[in-house]
Design a protein around this ligand. Structure first.
Ligand SMILES: Nc1ncnc2c1ncn2[C@@H]1O[C@H](COP(=O)(O)OP(=O)(O)OP(=O)(O)O)[C@@H](O)[C@H]1O
Length: 325
């Protein structure tokens, strides 16, 4: 994709190189603790992916940054400003893509985008954006008649048409087909290349791995891991993958390998029904210990591989496999 046209004028100056700084952030809804002491930093001109299972607190965190929700404790600065106290100034400098759109349902797609563009002193060309996002053919279709994926793309267009310095994208590719996902990924890459900072929430590990400079994994309102995609996946870069019956005591297998390998750190996870990964040593001693454990426990392995560890393995190891409410 071409660069976003005319983005030389995007202001990236500021007192520092931080777009979003969050420290000790907390938010509860009654007895439910949605955000439980989150710290994170989005560097200017980079993409940060906030990853987490359902209900982890991603949207709450982003809504606090956008000024829509008041935190109970902690500090948040966005482009050096207070999201609630300085909301009027921030509105002109940030772009927000909400889950579920936020457009006027009666307006036509192009009208909607032109309306969003009219709020900016120096907007992107709306018709160019419609074209890039594959929406030209539905430009005069009322928003309520657009498909879910078309509404999602229009929502993204509305978030970026005003040339924001910083854009919040809440699950930007949820519900999009494979072609549309790639278009959105290319657009996010082009925004980053033009100096725009992006805070992205996603469930899609491949999306985070592909787009993000930094990844923060949260679970139950807390940060459980943070780093570059490379840092997160090279922490335990290799492991043993096995296929066997679902539900075997993989933690016991991990303990057996650890005991045979001088107490090396070994973690076991079932990454899919009957599919397991044991992160840690892959030496002959580790494989022999695994085989001995299988023999002792009457576990039949149908496949054994020595493999690299993916972000999905790291994510499942950290957040478990239980489906969240
Ligand atoms: N306005 C609210 N009132 C009560 N509970 C809320 C409210 N908003 C969020 N929650 C709860 O706070 C927790 C965190 O929700 P949040 O939407 O931030 O999670 P998420 O990580 O974005 O989840 P998902 O991936 O499913 O969108 C959830 O248990 C949710 O039910």
């Amino acid at each position: 994709m071409d660069d976003v046209p005319g983005t030389d004028s995007i202001p990236t100056s500021g007192s520092d190189d931080v777009a979003v700084a969050i420290s000790g952030l907390r938010k509860s809804y009654g007895a439910l603790v949605a955000v439980d002491g989150i710290d994170l930093t989005l560097r200017r001109g980079t993409v940060l992916a906030l990853l987490g299972p359902n209900g982890a607190g991603k949207t709450t965190t982003v809504e606090i940054c956008e000024g829509f929700t008041t935190p109970d404790a902690g500090t948040v600065t966005v482009l050096g400003l207070d999201p609630r106290g300085d909301n009027d100034e921030l509105r002109t400098r940030i772009g927000v893509m909400l889950q579920g759109g936020g457009a006027y349902p009666g307006a036509r797609a192009a009208e909607m985008l032109h309306l969003c563009a009219a709020y900016s002193a120096n907007p992107l060309e709306p018709d160019w954006l419609l074209d890039v996002l594959g929406l030209t053919a539905v430009a005069s279709t009322p928003v309520r008649r657009l498909s879910g994926g078309q509404q999602q793309r229009l929502s993204l267009a509305c978030a970026i048409v005003g040339r924001p310095e910083l854009v919040f994208l809440d699950e930007p590719t949820a519900g999009l087909d494979a072609h549309a996902r790639v278009v959105v990924w290319d657009l996010i890459t082009a925004l980053r290349a033009d100096g725009v900072s992006v805070l992205l929430t996603t469930h899609m590990l491949d999306e985070a791995e592909r787009l993000a400079d930094d990844i923060v994994i949260i679970d139950a309102g807390r940060v459980v891991a943070a780093g570059t995609p490379e840092e997160l996946t090279s922490r335990d870069a290799r492991g043993l993958r096995i296929s066997a019956a679902p539900g075997i005591a993989i933690a016991d297998a991990a303990a057996a390998i650890s005991a045979a390998c001088d107490g090396a750190v070994v973690t076991g996870a079932e990454t899919g029904p009957g599919e397991y990964v044991l992160t840690g040593p892959t030496t002959p001693a580790a494989i022999a210990a695994l085989a001995q454990w299988c023999a002792a426990c009457d576990v039949a392995i149908t496949e054994l591989r020595v493999d690299g560890i993916s972000l999905q393995d790291v994510f499942l190891n950290l957040t478990g496999r239980k489906v969240r409410a």
